[in-house]
Design a protein around this ligand. Structure first.
Ligand SMILES: [Ca+2]
Ligand SMILES: [Ca+2]
Ligand SMILES: [Ca+2]
Length: 508
């Protein structure tokens, strides 16, 4: 009897925990990281090696990928307008989160005098309490609705945030450059500049967030090789699109649907067209940029996209992966070497987990999918699925550190062989640079003392962290001195300037 129980247990373990799914020649292991979510809308691989999740009903959390434990950081439910497709949507984590800019950006819809509006905000991460605090609004008063409200967020570098907005069912507004709906917005997130949360100074108009126009409801953003920015977009009952975004680009909606080909145009939206002024006429007149790909005469409902570049799943390496809601699948797009032309389109995971809303990838190449059930808008199961190649053995690589060459257990290091690393790694010059990074006196310092910076010339960004690694001070230093009184209690701290190394400070 005991033997059978063990056998049963092993069988259950194998079927529940280690389901497998084939992609070309690679067998992927499938595992549920967490279930029972309420429409997971955004998943991002976080700077703490957890997955950060938004649920449309208002919860922001971190999920431990190994254990499935969920840590709730914020509950926006009381302030949301969340009908049908709306509520808490896209999220992005500041690329300098661990380096003095612990900010998390979000888009959500809320009740306003006009019904529903949408705003783009950021919260600060409170390291002591593991919570998101202090909402700051960046863009407010974007027209809202229960459907067609975007919003995908993507930081393409540490100074630039892109946001896709939907047309909020006012489709003609997508062509109106003064409206914030039906656009890609571009926001300054330079934590060391004076323009945080404002339109980027080099936007088409420096006073406007608008970066590209003529979008219907884009919910996918990905940064590809060579800095190409891809975006996926829902069509009406035809012409979902995949686009390459460009500054000042007009992407056509509502008068142009898919390609400039006069085929299957839905004229109930294309109000500016007539028998004398067709879709292709409009394209010429208004310099409309055609998509790379269209779904043609029907739709599949594309959500997020990601550029996958890890060697652990060769079938996906250097391809664009698109999660699909209505048709419940993942689409792989293969590109030419310059990334501006699609040379292959293949479906995977048909109806395997229902509607696929979002995708993220860990640094070691594991893929995570946010599922949104089998029926629109929100029936379960709503879970996060992990997919990885258990047979993949990472090639080690090397980085040069102050202790010499250190081995990295994947291919992300700067050098592929120890010999290459040692030839290039000059530890003495690194030590020299370290000495130059930040010099101050006195050290130790009294609790009410004044810290002086040697060779102070220009303002610089200073982070002070405690022994637990928590940042207790993060600010731009504009003067040669800094009053410690009221700033730091007795203890040991590490000071770090924007260019690098920790220097120890003792406060008595
Ligand atoms: Ca995502
Ligand atoms: Ca278009
Ligand atoms: Ca067309």
């Amino acid at each position: 009897m005991k033997k059978y129980l063990i056998l049963l247990f092993v069988t259950l373990l194998a079927s529940n925990t280690f389901a497998q799914i084939q992609v070309g020649n690679t067998i992927l292991t499938e595992r549920e990281v967490i279930g029972g979510l309420d429409v997971p809308w955004e998943i991002k691989w976080g700077p703490d090696d957890h997955i950060w999740v938004t649920e449309r009903s208002g919860i922001v959390s971190r999920v431990n990928v190994e254990t499935g434990e969920q840590y709730i950081l914020l509950n926006l439910a009381p302030q949301l307008y969340d009908q049908y497709e709306s509520g808490l949507l896209g999220m992005e984590i500041h690329p300098d989160f661990n380096n003095g800019a612990p900010y998390v950006f979000m888009a959500y819809t809320y009740y306003s005098a006009g019904g529903a509006s949408e705003k783009i905000v950021y919260y600060e991460y409170d390291f002591d309490n593991d919570a998101l605090v202090n909402e700051t609004i960046m863009v407010d008063g974007i027209d809202g609705n229960s459907t067609h409200i975007g919003c995908r967020l993507l930081a393409i570098d540490n100074t630039t945030l892109l946001v896709t907005t939907g047309d909020a069912q006012d489709w003609m507004a997508s062509q109106d450059e003064t409206a914030l709906t039906g656009k890609t917005l571009r926001i300054d997130i330079d934590a060391n500049g004076g323009n945080f949360g404002q339109p980027k100074a080099d936007n088409p108009s420096p006073y406007s967030y608008v970066w590209s126009i003529g979008h219907r409801n884009a919910q996918g953003l990905a940064l590809g090789p060579n800095g190409i920015i891809y975006s996926s977009e829902h069509g009406p009952s035809n012409d979902d699109e995949l686009n390459i975004l460009e500054a000042n680009g007009n992407f056509g909606w509502p008068n142009v649907q898919g390609f400039c080909d006069n085929i299957s145009v839905d004229y109930s939206y294309a109000e500016d067209l007539s028998s004398n002024f067709t879709e292709s006429d409009y394209c010429q007149e208004y310099n409309v940029i055609e998509p790379l790909w269209s779904s043609g005469t029907s739709t599949i409902a594309p959500s997020d996209i990601i550029w996958y570049d890890h060697p652990s799943i060769p079938e996906f390496q250097n391809t664009l992966l698109m999660t699909v809601l209505k048709d419940k699948k993942l689409v792989r797009f293969e590109f030419n070497s310059s990334g501006d032309d699609i040379i292959g389109e293949t479906d995977f995971f048909n109806n395997e987990w229902g509607r696929l809303r979002d995708i993220c990838v860990s640094p070691d190449g594991k893929i995570y999918l946010a599922t949104n059930g089998f029926n629109w808008p929100s029936q379960g199961p709503n879970e996060i699925i992990e997919l990885y190649n258990a047979d993949y053995v990472a090639e080690s690589s090397y980085n040069c550190s102050t202790d010499g060459c250190e081995e990295i257990m994947d291919a992300s290091g700067e050098y592929t062989t120890l010999e290459d690393c040692e030839a290039a790694c000059d530890v003495s010059s690194i030590e020299e640079n370290k000495k130059e990074s930040i010099n101050f006196y006195p050290n130790p310092i009294a609790k009410d003392g004044v810290l002086y910076f040697q060779n102070y010339e220009n303002p610089f960004h200073l982070n002070i962290s405690n022994l637990q690694g928590q940042i207790v001070y993060s600010n731009k230093v504009q003067e040669r001195s800094l009053l410690i009184q009221g700033l730091l209690e007795s203890g040991i701290y590490f000071l770090r300037s924007n260019n690098g190394n920790n220097t120890k400070l003792i406060v008595k």
